[in-house]
Structure formats: structure tokens, C-alpha cells
Design a protein around this ligand. Structure first.
Ligand SMILES: Cc1cc2nc3c(=O)[nH]c(=O)nc-3n(C[C@H](O)[C@H](O)[C@H](O)COP(=O)(O)O)c2cc1C
Length: 167
């Protein structure tokens, strides 16, 4: 159950597989201490403004959006295949309607205002450095608009503060 901290240079996972295929939980904590999380399979990791960053994309109607807006921290957590059902649940149910974290059998904890899960195999803790709504006027490919019904994602770019991996 213990985690060890690793450096970004020590990450040797394939980001396309991790985000696109394994999926991740995007989590944040409100100032009142409450936590919410949601499954995501779109996102990115890289280097920007001389910082190691991740990008995540949250539609405005998600309950999680209230949390990512209210907090200056966001985390992304990755899980083993045995948690596929838990991630499916967190991607189908809203924390507005139920305690989906308990229903999913996950145990959240807060670390310096950021959220981790005991069951995660890797937690990447970020600090928001950019937040903004996607501008459809900037869509170049005609393929993009079909993903929306006016509910353009808020893009969060987060500086990676810490990475923990299960020992
Ligand atoms: C595999 C998968 C990937 C998803 N990726 C995203 C995403 O990148 N951005 C997003 O806003 N919603 C995404 N969703 C939808 C949210 O996870 C879903 O609407 C969730 O119920 C929101 O929960 P909340 O209302 O508690 O925030 C995804 C769902 C699934 C199942």
C-alpha cells in the first residue's frame, strides 16, 4: 500500500496507452475538504514553459468541474486492470447523485490539498498553471466539433509537483 516518489525522468510508461487505453481519474478537492473524481481517457503529458506538465480536459457539466475550478491542485491517478470496473463506474455515475468513490471501492486521501487513492498504481499531483475553455473558433479540423454540443472542455495545464508509484 506504500507509495514511493519518483522523478518525471523515471517515468517509463507509454502515455498513449496509459491515458487512452488504461484511462485515469481526474480528481480535486474543494476548500471545504470534499473530493470528487471522474474517469478520463483524453489528456496529455509533456513540457511547456520549461515545466513538466500534464493536460486534462473537463466538460463544464461534470460535477468534477466544480472541484477543478475551486482548487488550485488537480491530480491524475492510474490503476491496474483490476480496477477497470471502478473506473467505468466513475465515468458513468456523477458524484452529484451518489458517493461513487465508495461505490467504486476506492479509498481517497488528500495530500497537501491534492487527491490520491490508496488503490492507485501511480498518482501524478499537479498545480494548475493554465485553465481555459476550448475556443471552437480555433478548431481547424472539421472532425472536432462533432464531439461537442456547446459543452467545450475546460483545458487545465498542471505543473507536475510530485509523482508517486506503488512500491
Ligand atoms: C473512458 C471514459 C473517458 C472519459 N473521458 C472524459 C474526459 O476526458 N473529459 C470529460 O469531461 N469527461 C470524460 N468522461 C466522462 C466523465 O467521466 C463522466 O461524465 C463522469 O460521470 C463525470 O462524473 P462527475 O459528474 O462526478 O464529475 C469519460 C468517461 C469515460 C467512461
Amino acid at each position: 500500500m506504500a507509495f514511493k516518489e519518483i522523478k518525471t525522468e523515471e517515468l517509463n510508461n507509454n502515455v498513449f496507452g496509459d491515458i487512452g487505453k488504461k484511462w485515469m481519474l481526474i480528481s480535486a478537492q474543494k476548500p471545504d475538504g470534499s473530493i470528487n473524481t471522474m474517469t478520463a481517457s483524453w489528456g496529455a503529458m509533456g513540457v511547456l514553459w520549461n515545466k513538466n506538465v500534464f493536460f486534462c480536459f473537463v466538460r463544464p457539466q461534470r460535477y468534477t468541474h466544480e472541484f477543478t475550478e475551486a482548487s488550485d491542485k488537480i491530480s491524475i491517478s492510474f490503476f491496474g486492470e483490476e480496477y477497470r470496473d471502478a473506473l467505468t463506474l466513475c465515468g458513468r455515475k456523477s458524484g452529484r447523485d451518489c458517493d461513487k468513490i465508495s461505490l467504486a471501492g476506492l479509498t481517497p486521501f488528500a495530500e497537501n490539498g491534492n487527491v490520491g487513492f490508496k488503490e492507485a498504481e501511480r498518482i501524478i499531483y499537479g498545480k494548475k498553471i493554465y485553465a481555459g475553455k476550448l475556443d471552437p473558433k480555433a478548431f481547424i479540423s472539421e472532425d472536432i466539433e462533432k464531439h461537442y454540443n456547446g459543452d467545450y472542455h475546460t483545458v487545465y495545464i498542471c505543473e507536475i509537483e510530485k509523482i508517486e508509484e506503488k512500491e
